[in-house]
Design a protein around this ligand. Structure first.
Ligand SMILES: NC(=O)c1ccc[n+]([C@@H]2O[C@H](COP(=O)([O-])OP(=O)(O)OC[C@H]3O[C@@H](n4cnc5c(N)ncnc54)[C@H](OP(=O)(O)O)[C@@H]3O)[C@@H](O)[C@H]2O)c1
Length: 243
């Protein structure tokens, strides 16, 4: 897709990966709607962008908030070409420690949040008979580990959902769907973890290899800028030095 003047919605744009994606899309000529709950951070990010952009207060765990956000985006731009689903939480816990609220929040944001934003963007993409949805999943949706049960399940759901979305939306509506599966990226995501036992067992501040968020943003740009007849299905990215 030619990216110049395309309308891109990025959820989680206040975070490490989302803000990098928003900047890269902006650099390539997109007009970006920046969505998240932290409006102050989005407003600072907006000042760094070259093209016209829009700050959208959006809590993806609320159907009402997402619907209001997409109304605002469509009122401003009248169309949506690209949706990048980045908003996510990762409160890793051991199942034995029974962090029920965190398990439910993980599904609420990571899985149900994407259903809400897809619901918001699809009518415009269907009308246009064109569009691209990029879902930021995780390698944890494929490689499970103790403490990552619910987070891994949420990301496995996104990978499966992306596959099924391609089946339904690509032939009939010319909508591309890409799932990106990053390994460890250097962001604040691990601050979501409250399980003391898990934090004692694993050193998240350690010097394990980490990706820069720009690596994920470059993958998004690659996927959405490919030729119309090319649908980049999945991209799994790990830091060099990790198997
Ligand atoms: N960092 C990694 O190692 C890694 C690896 C693989 C995949 N990922 C995925 O990449 C995505 C972004 O993570 P990150 O590393 O950039 O972490 P981050 O810096 O903590 O950013 C998380 C983003 O999600 C947003 N968010 C959380 N709850 C939300 C809600 N209810 N409504 C709207 N937005 C919400 C946050 O915005 P507000 O708080 O302002 O709402 C923030 O913009 C996540 O889906 C994560 O699972 C990350």
């Amino acid at each position: 897709m030619e990216m110049k003047n395309k309308i891109a919605v990025v959820t989680g744009a206040s975070g490490g990966i989302g803000s990098a994606i928003a900047k890269h899309l902006d650099n390539n000529g997109c007009k970006v709607a920046l969505a998240a709950r932290s409006v102050d951070i989005l407003e600072s990010l907006q000042k760094e962008l070259k093209n016209p952009s829009l700050v959208v207060a959006m809590d993806v765990s609320s159907s009402e908030s997402v619907a209001q956000g997409f109304d605002k985006i469509l009122n401003e731009y009248n169309t949506i070409d690209i949706l990048v689903n980045v908003a996510g939480v990762m409160p890793l816990t051991y199942l034995k420690n029974l962090h029920l609220e965190e398990w439910l929040q993980t599904i609420e944001v990571n899985v149900k949040g994407i259903l809400r934003t897809v619901h918001g963007a699809l009518p415009s993409m269907k009308d246009n008979k064109k569009g691209h949805i990029v879902n930021i999943a995780s390698v944890d949706g494929k490689e499970l580990y103790k403490g990552g049960a619910v987070y891994g399940a949420s990301k496995a759901a996104i990978i499966a959902l992306s596959r099924a979305m391609r089946m339904e939306l690509s032939p009939e509506f010319n909508i591309k769907v890409t799932s990106i599966e990053p390994g460890t990226v250097d962001t604040d995501l691990r601050q979501d973890i409250t399980d003391k036992e898990l934090l004692e067992d694993k050193d998240y501040g350690g010097d394990e290899p980490k990706l820069d968020a720009d690596a994920i943003a470059r993958a998004v740009v690659y996927a959405v800028s490919e030729a119309d007849e090319v649908n980049v299905n999945e991209i799994l990215i790990k830091p060099t030095g990790k198997s």
